[in-house]
Write a protein that binds this ligand. Structure first.
Ligand code: NAP
Ligand code: MG
Length: 497
């Protein structure tokens, strides 16, 4: 039976002290304020189930004020020099890194991931600011003559305009910086709604941006327990020109419908159902190493998480044995405690879902190689779990698990494998383990996903285009593509007389 490692009294109180310094209001026009309704909401630590902060709970009235402010500042902000916008991001990058430990502590307290992973996310999230600080001064255009030589075709880029940013709870810093970074670089003002489960990291980020010189009114933040009211107000306002959303596919679909009313530019980073493929010629130990990262990063609560392990039948036993041993030896507990490798899930609902998915797979004949249950004690913990011979028709394989559970499905032929791997409405991430370059390309090209990791369990990189195909989304974040999402192309025709 897995035991939960708890934090010492000193670790707990150090975390509470840091969290208590975070501003907890709405942030509109450069000021922290209460919600117009006076409503508040609690933020809970998923490792202890204790309330760690009480925040302003915004509504439609606050949302309207936020978008009015963002719209009023758009023209001014667009005139700022690209270098100055870039310098703000660069300073913010440096401030984030100076406060890496503090931000990691806030993140672990509200979201649960182990401190070491939280520090890693802080560095990863900060990198988007450094990258886009460099992209701000590289916004380009084009000039050419029409074929008949009569017209100069002059193409430039402008900020798309006030942008609605909505982020999920699983990467509380990086999901924000991936959107705020390019929006600042491009010259867009913003209204931002972080997830209600993990708002504190975003609030700390707001103060860092202001300290770095972001002018008031450019970034406005409203957290809420009524996301439909707040985001709905923004999308219906007619003042927002862009939505960038990260979250689940059903919510993304709803927001696209609303955004269509004003024909808004839309970027959607939605759910995934990543296949993790271990071919017969794979280096099994390397594959297990990669599987640990692809599955267990963030307790499995990542859109890129390996969700279905297709293992060649000849390797299934060896792979399952090694993976189960590694999974079974992980230290589960409060993320601020020493040596913890696996934190809790984010909330009770998430735990219930994982529990249902595992029970269903087991009732359909899957074997539990390790884990499979909930450890005793408080906190939303689930044991690192490996299931073998999982029925491909199980919900565990068909749905996004978002937990530390690895279902193994054996395969025999490559054709059968490709068919099964692509048999899902999602297409975000895929992983392929093989020692053949030819097979790596063949499978990499055959997978209907926006990203493929070849002999690696981690592909996310601020310098690379992140995003999915099919129902995993629209557009790309990061890389040279990320800023394009916040820019509109303008063409000026100048006749040559
Ligand atoms: P979610 O329920 O869709 O929530 C995402 C965001 O949308 C949150 O800020 C949420 O607010 C808000 N929201 C919820 N209902 C809304 C509505 N009716 N109108 C407007 N906004 C609404 O997703 P989640 O459960 O938090 O996050 C997990 C999902 O995100 C997974 O599917 C995962 O794959 C996906 N994800 C994708 C990527 C990617 O880049 N592709 C990255 C990370 C996560 P509340 O906080 O109030 O619920
Ligand atoms: Mg939710």
């Amino acid at each position: 039976m897995t035991t939960i490692r708890t934090a010492t009294a000193e670790q707990g109180s150090a975390a509470r002290t840091i969290v208590s310094r975070v501003n907890t209001g709405l942030f509109i026009d450069g000021e922290w304020t209460d919600a117009a309704s006076g409503r508040t909401a609690d933020v809970v630590n998923p490792a202890t189930e204790q309330t760690i902060a009480t925040i302003a709970d915004g509504g439609a009235q606050d949302a309207q004020r936020a978008i009015d402010v963002a719209a009023a500042h758009q023209a001014d902000w667009a005139r700022w020099a690209p270098r100055e916008r870039g310098e703000i991001l660069r300073r913010a990058f440096e401030l984030i890194m100076e406060r890496q430990d503090e931000l990691a502590m806030i993140m672990t307290s509200e979201m649960g991931k182990p401190l070491a992973e939280a520090r890693g996310e802080v560095a990863y999230g900060a990198e988007f600011f450094r990258w886009f600080s460099e992209e701000a001064v590289r916004i380009g255009g084009d000039m050419r003559l029409s074929g008949d030589g009569k017209t100069r075709i002059f193409v430039t880029r402008e900020p798309v305009g006030p942008s609605v940013l909505v982020t999920p709870w699983n990467f509380p810093l990086a999901m924000g910086t991936r959107k705020i970074g390019p929006a600042i670089a491009a010259g867009c003002t913003m209204v931002f709604k972080p997830a209600h489960l993990t708002p504190l990291t975003s609030f700390a980020l707001v103060d860092i941006l202001m300290e770095a010189g972001l002018p008031p009114g450019v970034l406005n933040v409203v957290c809420t327990s009524e996301p439909g009211d707040v985001v709905g107000t923004w999308l219906a306002s007619g003042k927002a020109r862009k939505i960038s959303f990260t979250g689940s596919t059903p919510v993304g679909v709803k927001l696209l419908e609303q955004a269509a009313q004003h024909v808004m530019r839309s970027s959607m980073e939605l759910g995934g159902n990543a296949p993790f493929i271990v071919c017969e010629d794979a280096d099994v130990e390397q594959a297990v190493e990669g599987a640990m990262v692809a599955k267990m990063r963030n307790m499995g609560e990542a859109c890129t998480a390996a969700n279905r392990f297709f293992v060649h039948r000849s390797l299934q036993e060896e792979f399952a044995g090694l993976l189960a041993r590694r999974m079974g030896s992980l230290v589960v507990g409060d993320g601020v405690a020493d040596g913890v490798q696996v934190g809790p899930l984010v909330e009770q609902k998430a735990l219930d879902k994982v529990s249902e998915l595992v029970d269903d797979a087991v009732s359909r004949g899957a074997d539990v190689a390790v884990g499979g249950g909930r450890p005793q004690g408080s906190g939303y913990f689930w044991e690192p779990t490996v299931l073998t011979d999982v029925d491909p028709a199980s919900d565990l394989v068909a749905q996004e698990i978002f937990g530390p559970v690895a279902p193994l499905v054996p395969f025999d032929s490559e054709d059968q494998l490709i068919q099964a791997a692509n048999d899902t409405p999602w297409g975000l991430m895929g992983y392929v383990y093989t020692t053949s370059v030819e097979r790596a390309f063949r499978l990499g090209e055959a997978l209907q996903t926006g990203m493929v990791g070849i002999n690696t369990g981690l592909a996310s990189n601020p310098q690379a285009p992140f995003g999915g195909v099919k129902e995993s989304g629209l557009g790309r974040e990061g890389g040279t593509f990320g800023i394009e999402e916040f820019l509109e192309v303008k063409y000026l025709a100048l006749p040559r007389t």
